[in-house]
Design a protein around this ligand. Structure first.
Ligand SMILES: [Zn+2]
Ligand SMILES: [Zn+2]
Length: 146
């Protein structure tokens, strides 16, 4: 996979990629990958992880999602798909809805050529909703609430 995009599959790159896949469902940050990787490989530095993920992003192996407006979240699924951010727990879910652009197979809108489509949805995820119901509370403000 790395060789396909012209990156030498060094030990550290392969390890970073492994950990990205481990967290792929939560759309991890560089910090998440670093913390997880550091437990296994104490010599790895934050800068290495950052640079590696940046290189993956440039080569198109990873998508960078800016849904929170505060940080990059990375996604090894580079197909066009939409995301849901939980404002309470900060998890990002892939959501399966048909994109209007895909439906009409429009390649341009108002003369602008479309190359990528990102749909961001925000709210309270099903896990947080069920917790909230169990606790019988209306819910505390989460860290993502402004
Ligand atoms: Zn949640
Ligand atoms: Zn995704």
């Amino acid at each position: 996979m790395l060789e396909d995009v012209g990156l030498r599959p060094t030990f550290q790159r392969v390890k970073v990629l492994e950990h990205i896949y481990k967290f792929r469902n939560s759309h991890p940050t560089v910090e998440t990958i670093f913390e997880s990787l550091h437990k296994e490989l104490s010599v790895i530095s934050m800068a290495t992880v950052y640079n590696t993920m940046n290189a993956f992003h440039k080569k198109g192996i990873l998508n960078a999602i800016t849904i929170t407006g505060e940080e990059f979240r990375y996604d090894p699924n580079t197909e066009n798909h939409h995301h849901f951010l939980c404002l309470k727990c900060g998890k990002i879910y892939d959501i399966d809805i048909k994109c209007p652009i895909a439906l009409t197979s429009k390649k341009a809108i108002d003369g602008h050529k479309i190359e990528e489509v990102h749909g961001y949805f925000k709210g309270i995820c099903r896990e947080c909703r069920s917790k909230r119901l169990k606790n019988g509370k209306s819910g505390q403000e989460g860290k993502y609430y402004k």
